[in-house]
Design a protein around this ligand. Structure first.
Ligand SMILES: NC(=O)c1ccc[n+]([C@@H]2O[C@H](COP(=O)([O-])OP(=O)(O)OC[C@H]3O[C@@H](n4cnc5c(N)ncnc54)[C@H](OP(=O)(O)O)[C@@H]3O)[C@@H](O)[C@H]2O)c1
Length: 222
């Protein structure tokens, strides 16, 4: 299968590219490094030349904070919506959108609301779509996990509401396995939350990170 993979340089994108290549697929990476900047890909016509010969599109572009022209609206909503509409025009039937847990009717943050705009656009198109909503993803090289690992190093941490917010972290390998299943699933048009098997409070998860960091440092100091 020929797959256009956006965000191929990111944490999820890199892991997907490796797994998809190993599974025999041909990956066409779409990333700033090869001239595809979501800030300038806001109309379907911008995407059409990149969809020639493509069977499936996987969108893994995202930011967790806005800066220097990198807005949630452009990156999470407008550019993906243009890409999805271009898929409908170009006859690329299967589209897999990496959204985020919480991009639903309860969403209130700009991050989640902007994700939901693209998700809704995709769900409204006559395509074989999947909207995947992962929880916090952990694994080597993951930005959010690395940030928590760094925070866990501090002797004292200020946390909101005593850190009692519930998390169901999921390992990157489970996210990758879900995407691979979506490639040939016969029942498309699904919105799936991807969560790990255990629920932790934010404070407990930080403690786990702290212990993991301690073990990691001992192993490499030895
Ligand atoms: N990691 C998690 O815990 C988690 C959980 C739930 C949902 N998600 C969602 O999954 C997606 C990917 O997450 P990730 O962890 O892989 O993030 P990441 O490692 O930060 O990767 C983000 C990707 O987006 C690309 N990007 C940023 N700005 C761009 C632009 N203007 N034009 C084109 N590409 C641009 C980056 O490319 P450059 O190399 O050019 O910067 C990179 O490839 C995001 O939508 C995120 O919201 C992640």
């Amino acid at each position: 299968m020929n797959i256009l993979l956006t965000g191929a340089s990111g944490f999820i994108g890199r892991n997907l590219a490796t797994a998809l290549t190993c599974a025999g697929h041909q990956i066409r990476p779409a990333m700033r490094g090869n001239g595809i900047d979501f800030r300038r890909m806001l109309a379907p016509a911008d995407w059409l030349p990149h969809l020639r010969g493509i069977d499936t599109v996987i969108n893994c572009v995202g930011i967790i904070g806005e800066r220097a022209g990198q807005t949630f609206l452009a990156l999470h909503a407008e550019a993906p919506a243009a890409l999805f509409r271009a898929c409908a025009v170009a006859g690329v039937r299967r589209v897999i959108q990496i959204s985020a847990l919480g991009a639903d009717d309860t969403a209130f943050s700009a991050y989640h609301l902007s994700k939901q705009i693209a998700d809704d656009c995709l769900r409204g198109l006559d395509l074989d779509w999947f909207v995947l909503r992962p929880s916090l993803i952990y694994g080597r090289g993951g930005g959010s996990a690395e940030l928590l690992l760094r925070l866990a190093r501090w002797p004292l941490l200020p946390v909101v509401d005593a850190g009692q917010q519930a998390l169901q972290p999921v390992h990157i390998s489970d996210v990758v396995a879900t995407v691979l299943r979506c490639l040939d699933a016969t029942t498309a048009r699904q919105t799936l939350d991807i969560v790990g098997p255990e629920t932790f409070s934010f404070a407990d998860w930080l403690q786990k990170m702290r212990a993991a960091r301690w073990l990691w440092e001992r192993r490499f100091a030895a």
